[in-house]
Write a protein that binds this ligand. Structure first.
Ligand code: AMP
Length: 191
C-alpha cells in the first residue's frame, strides 16, 4: 500500500500525472476538485457553496473540505486498500494535519509527496488552454492568476511541511507527459 499526494500549483499537471500513477500503481484517485465539480453539476448544497469560492479562485473553507474528504474515504474503504493518490488535497496546513489524523486512524500514512514544479507563466498558458478545451469556468486568465496567488499564500507552505518530514519529492514539471512520469517513477522507486 502506498499513499501519494500529488502536489503543485494549478496547471502544474497534477491531474495528468495522477492518471499515469493510477494506471501504473493501481491506486484509488481522490481529486477534491473533481468531487466539488460533481457536486456543482448535481446542484447540491455543498456544490452551491463551493461554486462561490471556486468562481473567485479562492479555496473552499477547510472545514467543508476536510468533512468531504473524510466522507470520500469512508465511502471507499474497499477501493483504497492498494493506496490512494490525493490530487488537489491538502491545500493548507490544517488540511494536511487532518489527513494525517484520518490516515493514522486507518493505520496508514502519506508515504510521498510528488511536487510538480512549473514556472508561473507556463501555468497560466496551460490553464487558459485547458479552459478553451474543457469549458471549465475557473480556467480563465484572471481566475488563474488569482488561483496561483492563493497557491503561494496558502498552499506552498506545505512544501516545507513535507520536506521536514522527508516526504517531498521535487519534480521538474516541464517536459513531455511521459518524460515527467519517468522522473516521478524514478523518485518513487527510491522511497
Ligand atoms: P482543482 O481541480 O484541484 O484545481 O480545484 C478547483 C477548485 O476547487 C480550487 O481552485 C478550489 O477553489 C477548490 N478546491 C479543490 N480542492 C480543494 C481543497 N483541497 N481545498 C480548498 N479548495 C479546494
Amino acid at each position: 500500500m502506498i499513499n501519494i499526494v500529488i502536489f503543485g500549483a494549478p496547471g502544474s499537471g497534477k491531474g495528468t500525472q495522477s492518471d499515469k500513477l493510477i494506471e501504473h500503481y493501481h491506486l484509488f484517485h481522490i481529486s477534491t476538485g473533481d468531487v466539488l465539480r460533481d457536486h456543482m453539476r448535481r446542484g447540491t448544497e455543498l456544490g452551491m457553496v463551493a461554486k462561490e469560492y471556486i468562481d473567485q479562485g479562492q479555496l473552499v473553507p477547510d472545514d467543508l473540505i476536510i468533512d468531504l474528504l473524510a466522507q470520500v474515504l469512508d465511502e471507499n474503504k474497499e477501493n483504497t486498500t492498494q493506496g490512494v493518490i490525493f490530487d488537489g488535497y491538502p491545500r493548507t496546513i490544517p488540511q494536511a494535519e487532518a489527513l494525517e489524523g484520518m490516515l493514522a486512524e486507518r493505520g496508514t500514512q502519506v508515504d510521498a509527496v510528488v511536487g510538480l514544479e512549473v514556472p508561473d507563466e507556463e501555468l497560466i498558458k496551460r490553464i487558459v488552454l485547458r479552459g478553451e478545451q474543457s469549458g471549465r469556468a475557473d480556467d480563465n486568465e484572471d481566475t488563474a492568476r488569482k488561483r496561483i496567488e492563493v497557491y503561494y499564500e496558502q498552499t506552498s507552505p506545505l512544501k516545507a511541511y513535507y520536506q521536514e518530514q522527508g516526504k517531498y519529492l521535487a519534480i521538474n514539471g516541464m517536459g513531455t507527459i511521459d518524460g515527467i512520469f519517468e522522473l516521478i517513477q524514478h523518485e518513487l522507486d527510491n522511497i
